[in-house]
Design a protein around this ligand. Structure first.
Ligand SMILES: *Cc1c(COP(=O)(O)O)cnc(C)c1O
Length: 227
C-alpha cells in the first residue's frame, strides 16, 4: 500500500463514519501522525493532498520541519517538557497536549516572545490510568480557567487518549466522556475559551471517536505503516 492509497482509504472511512453519525464531514480534520517517519514520507503525503501533520518528539520534529519545504500545518501531540517549548515556538500551529499550568505558562511566554498566539488543546486523562498523561476530568475545568487568563494562548478544545483495547467500541465511553466534559466547559462560558475541537481517535479507533464527536483524528500507522 502507498501513502496515497492509505490516505484515500482513510478519508473514505472518515466520510462513512461521519455519514452514519449524521455529521458533516467537513467538521472532521485528519492529523497525519508522522512521528519516527522521514520527511520524504511527509512530502509524499503532501503530494497526495494531506496538509496537517502531528509530531511527538521535539528534536525529531524540528529537524523534520526544517526539511519539509511545503507549507504544512504542524501539530504537536506528544508529551511536552517545559524546557523544550522554546524550540517549537512558531513552528507548531497547535499543541494538543497541554496538561498542566506550568507548561501553559511557558508556551505563553515563548509565543509572547515571537508576538503570536498559540492555539492549544487541554489533554484530559479520562480513564485515569496512571501511565497516561493528561489532567483529570475533575481538574480540567480549573486548568481551563487558569490557562484562559494567559495572553498568548487560545484554548480551542480538548484531547484524550483512551486505554488501548482490541475492540475499538470499548474506547467509546471514554470518547463520550470527553465530549460531555467539553459541553460542560462550554456551558461555563469562560471568557476567551471556545471548546470546539475534540482531538480523539487513532488508527485503531477513529471511527468510534467520530461517532462520539471527534473533530481532529490523529492517525499514524494506518497512513505511514507500522513503527
Ligand atoms: C502515535 C500517536 C498517534 C497515532 O497512533 P496510530 O495508532 O499510529 O494511529 C495518535 N496520537 C498520539 C498522541 C500519538 O502519540
Amino acid at each position: 500500500m502507498t501513502i496515497s492509497s492509505n490516505l484515500k482509504k482513510i478519508s473514505s472511512q472518515i466520510e462513512a463514519a461521519a455519514l452514519s453519525a449524521g455529521r458533516d464531514v467537513s467538521d472532521i480534520r485528519l492529523v497525519a501522525v508522522s512521528k519516527t517517519k522521514p520527511a520524504s514520507m511527509v512530502d509524499e503525503a503532501v503530494r497526495a493532498g494531506q496538509s496537517i501533520f502531528g509530531e511527538n518528539y521535539v528534536q525529531e520534529f524540528i529537524a523534520k520541519a526544517a526539511e519539509v519545504t511545503s507549507a504544512v500545518e504542524w501539530h504537536f501531540i506528544g508529551h511536552l517538557q517545559s524546557n523544550k517549548v522554546k524550540y517549537i515556538a512558531g513552528i507548531a500551529t497547535m499543541i494538543h497536549s497541554v496538561d498542566r499550568l506550568s507548561l501553559a505558562q511557558e508556551i505563553d511566554r515563548q509565543w509572547g516572545r515571537i508576538g503570536k498566539v498559540c492555539t492549544i488543546l487541554i489533554q484530559v486523562n479520562v480513564s485515569g490510568e496512571s501511565t497516561k498523561s493528561g489532567t483529570t476530568s475533575e481538574e480540567a475545568v480549573m486548568l481551563v480557567r487558569q490557562v484562559a487568563l494567559l495572553q498568548n494562548i487560545r484554548i480551542c478544545g480538548l484531547m484524550t487518549m483512551p486505554p488501548f483495547f482490541d475492540d475499538p467500541e470499548a474506547a467509546r465511553p471514554f470518547f463520550r466522556e470527553l465530549r460531555v466534559l467539553a459541553q460542560e466547559i462550554e456551558l461555563l462560558a469562560i471568557p476567551g475559551v471556545s471548546i470546539k475541537e475534540l482531538s480523539m481517535g487513532m488508527s485503531g479507533d477513529f471511527e468510534a471517536a467520530i461517532a462520539e464527536g471527534a473533530t481532529l483524528v490523529r492517525i499514524g500507522s494506518a497512513i505511514f505503516g507500522s513503527r
